[in-house]
Ligand binder design. Structure first.
Ligand code: ADP
Ligand code: MG
Length: 247
């Protein structure tokens, strides 16, 4: 069903002591949707993603995944199950440097999901093929370029069969010549129907790959529209001034 809600956020607030970082955010993400989140540094983009997979505990509000409020009392014992539904890719690749690529990819599914090792390795090879790295299964992270590491990090998340993929500025730590290869993998993933929420500085990705773009500024959603509309007809003065700076 194209209109199925995967993730529904209602009145989400997050404060660090007295600093209110997220202020009553309400937003819904549908299955197969690719949504970009753009906005100035310090606006709360990372905190928002981190709340979605409970790396940060929201101060108040609801986060419904498949209709279940993962912030509700009593849900904390299911936190690992909830987290597994959301793959997260960070700016820094966070691979295990003491393990080769194959181990990096299979450790989670084997240990956490109890997947059979042979099955996990087969799946890893298939996914490595999809990102053009089938020949690097034995390499260690130190032998890989930044772009290759990030493609491996994406595969590592996919190994867990997430319902939604969260990306936090996945190309920001890369040398310019490697940005394209990572964006291509993300674009293929989008075309395969993965539900994706992508915090990005890559305005071309936001405009051309994501169907919808959210402008998050000062801890609230200033604008949330189909991407082509948001870029062609920005309304909020803050968005207009932001786009003037980055485009
Ligand atoms: P963005 O990703 O849009 O740059 P962040 O979500 O990283 O924004 O940060 C939003 C605000 O929250 C910033 O003022 C930042 O300093 C603050 N902040 C983020 N994480 C913490 C934390 N763990 N403790 C205190 N303040 C934080
Ligand atoms: Mg950030």
């Amino acid at each position: 069903m194209a209109s199925e809600n995967v993730l529904q956020v209602i009145d989400l607030c997050k404060s660090f002591h007295k600093l209110e970082v997220l202020k009553n955010i309400s937003v819904t993400f549908k299955k197969n949707e690719v949504v970009s989140i753009i906005g100035p540094s310090g606006g709360g983009k990372s905190t928002f993603l981190r709340c979605l997979n409970l790396l940060e505990k929201p101060t108040s509000g609801q986060i419904l995944i498949d209709g279940v409020d993962i912030c509700a009392k009593g849900q904390s014992k299911h936190i690992d199950q909830h987290r597994q539904k959301m793959g997260m890719v960070f700016q820094q690749f966070n691979l295990f440097n003491n393990m080769n690529v194959m181990k990096n990819l299979t450790a989670g599914p084997v240990r956490i999901k109890g997947m059979d090792r042979a099955e996990a390795e087969e799946k890893a090879l298939e996914l490595l093929g999809r990102v053009g790295l089938a020949d690097r299964a034995d390499a260690y992270p130190s032998q890989l370029s930044g772009g290759q590491k990030q493609r491996i990090a994406i595969v590592r998340s996919l190994m867990m069969d997430p319902e939604v993929m969260l990306f936090d500025e996945p190309t920001s730590a890369l040398d310019p010549e490697m940005i394209g290869e990572v964006l291509d993998v993300m674009k293929n993933l989008a075309e395969s129907g993965m539900t994706m929420i992508v915090v990005t500085h890559e305005m071309r990705f936001a405009r051309e790959v994501s169907s919808r773009t959210i402008f998050l500024d000062g801890g609230h959603i200033e604008e949330d529209k189909p991407s082509h509309e948001l870029f062609a007809h920005p309304e909020s003065p803050r968005l207009i001034s932001f786009l003037n700076k980055v485009l």
